[in-house]
Design a protein around this ligand. Structure first.
Ligand code: KIV
Ligand code: ZN
Length: 535
């Protein structure tokens, strides 16, 4: 690894930094689904989690290492603070992967040293080589991050990076932890490192940045021009606070503006060789999967993957696009895998055709999951003539991405209208067995249903978000409902899809409550709330 990569490496941290988004907590199975999708997408490195943080994190990293970390798959990485316990746990969890990396970090800004770490610069200069050497004794591929590099004194940063590389770090990552820098400053920081760290030729320069000022992607592109060859990013830009640099935006910027960026990698401007290893056709499906599993909706005007990203509303634009797409489009919707909602299946389609199409869409279902999803598909196909890829995704996610149904919806009926008092009659199967039926009134039908559910479930919570969107156009479309609720500071999410939005609303809310109920049961069985290390 003595020369910079001749292409840009994509390091995906959706499962680590992305999962630090409030409410984005994923189950091990959900993390595995995302890891498989990232592997299909072609990312070079998956940061699968922070193994020391909790037993759940450890297990997820280990399972991803086992199943996705194959010889031809991506490098699987685990995060570790610069302590022996963290590093040891990461090495242990990563063991099953064919290619693995430990990513260890320690802050270098004076603000963090003084107020968070209570350490001097000299102490940091001693800890970094000690911990990098320790990590190197366990795993060959080591990445080191000086946290809050964006606000660190560059001269001190050069010294820290030099000792980290001398101790064995093969990637040095420069985090703009608080999203403070501007593109020109960040580019200059990367150039300063490339010019002033004496052994920098022995490591890849990586960048990691947050979007507090909306500048993360712009900062990274400036960093590429100045020598960065690894980009740390997340699907849909999810992550701590305002999120991380968005993978899809970076990849498509490098793809669409290839001739602008080529010379910075020493290629002729007209070289057609891709700048990243990403198969852009999988971008849209991966974005939807992450959005559905994390419960974090993508804003409609989000670049690349937003619902409106390829929609032309004004008459002038529509006229231009009909005459020639190039008038108002800089990239094809197809290039990110956004096919034209083509109709793939109908109510006469068999289980085989259904299973084959799901495989093509990237779903890897067990026999039971496939059977359950097929039953749901038939129910929907009975109500709708045409089943599109988007419907299929919604049906499968609804069927297989549910937490265990501790409380299960048996029946729901609402009466509402004008004039009427919205009233819900609802029956749930409860975890202790048996059914409970109740009636509630509300300001509207969904409010009445949620009040009825609360009367039975009795888990106080604050409903933070309720959103309903249609999967496709048309009055008979499937409705997708996402719910986020908070209980004692922790956010839980739920998701459901159904042609009846009252049923979808009830199931999405129950999904979130089932996650909450399971977490409380888990705490009870351990006798205390889970002990979780955090960054
Ligand atoms: O933002 C940050 O500094 C991080 C580090 C752990 C790399 O996420
Ligand atoms: Zn971060």
């Amino acid at each position: 690894m003595s020369s910079p990569a001749d292409r840009i490496l994509i390091f995906d941290t959706t499962l680590r930094d992305g999962e630090q988004s409030p409410g984005a907590t994923l189950t091990v199975e959900e993390k595995l689904s995302i890891a498989r999708a990232l592997s299909r997408l072609g990312v070079d490195i998956i940061e699968a989690g922070f193994p020391f943080a909790s037993p759940g994190d450890f297990e997820a990293v280990q399972k991803i290492a086992q199943t996705v970390g194959t010889e031809n798959g991506p490098v699987i990485c685990g995060l570790a603070r610069a302590t022996k316990k963290d590093i040891k746990a990461a090495a242990e969890a990563l063991k099953p992967a064919a290619k693995h990396r430990i990513h260890t970090f320690l802050a270098t800004s004076d603000i963090h040293l003084e107020h968070k770490l209570k350490k001097t610069r000299a102490e940091v200069l001693a800890i970094v080589p000690e911990m990098v050497s320790y990590a190197k004794s366990l795993v060959d591929d080591i990445e080191f991050s000086p946290e809050d590099a964006g606000r660190s004194d560059p001269e001190f940063l050069y010294q820290v990076l030099e000792v980290a590389i001398a101790a064995g770090a093969t990637t040095i990552n420069i985090p703009d932890t608080v999203g403070y820098t501007t593109p020109a400053e960040y580019g200059a920081l990367i150039k300063g490192i490339a010019d002033n760290v004496p052994n920098i030729d022995q490591a890849i320069i990586s960048v990691h940045g947050h979007n507090d000022l909306g500048l993360a992607v712009a900062n990274f592109l400036e960093a590429v021009k100045n020598g960065a060859r690894q980009l740390e990013c997340t699907i849909n830009g999810i992550g701590e606070r305002a999120g991380n640099a968005a993978l899809e935006e970076l990849v498509m910027a490098l793809h669409v503006r290839r001739s602008y960026f080529n010379p910075f990698l020493g290629r002729p401007a007209d070289s057609t060789e891709p700048l990243t290893n990403i198969d852009t056709k999988h971008i849209y499906a991966t974005s939807r999967l992450v959005s559905e599993l994390t419960g974090m909706m993508v804003q409609p005007n989000k670049a690349i993957v937003g619902a409106n990203a390829f929609a032309h509303e004004s008459g002038i634009h529509q006229d231009g696009v009909l005459k020639n797409k190039l008038t108002y489009e800089i990239m094809d919707a197809e290039s990110i895998g956004l096919t034209n909602n083509q109709i793939v299946l109908g109510k006469l389609s068999g289980r085989n055709a259904f299973g084959t199409r799901l495989k093509e869409l990237g779903f890897d279902l067990s026999e039971t999951e496939l059977n359950n999803a097929f039953i749901r598909f038939k129910e929907v196909a009975d109500k709708r003539k045409e089943i599109t890829d988007w419907d299929l995704e919604a049906i499968v996610n609804d069927e297989i991405r549910q937490p265990p149904e501790l409380f299960r919806l048996e029946r729901v009926q609402v009466s509402c209208g004008e004039p009427a008092v919205p009233t819900a009659t609802l029956t749930l199967r409860t975890p202790i067995g048996g059914e409970e039926t109740t009636v509630a009134i509300g300001t509207g039908p969904v409010d009445a249903v949620y009040k009825a559910i609360n009367q039975i479930v009795q888990l106080p919570n604050e409903l933070l978000e309720y959103s309903v969107t249609s999967v496709t156009e048309g009055i008979d479309a499937l409705g997708k409902v996402s719910v986020r609720l908070r209980h004692q500071g922790v956010i839980y999410t739920g998701y459901a899809a159904n042609t009846d939005i009252i049923v979808a609303s009830a199931r999405a809310y129950l999904g979130a409550l089932n996650r909450l109920y399971a977490a409380l049961e888990n705490q009870k069985s351990q006798g205390h709330p889970p002990v979780v290390a955090s960054l």
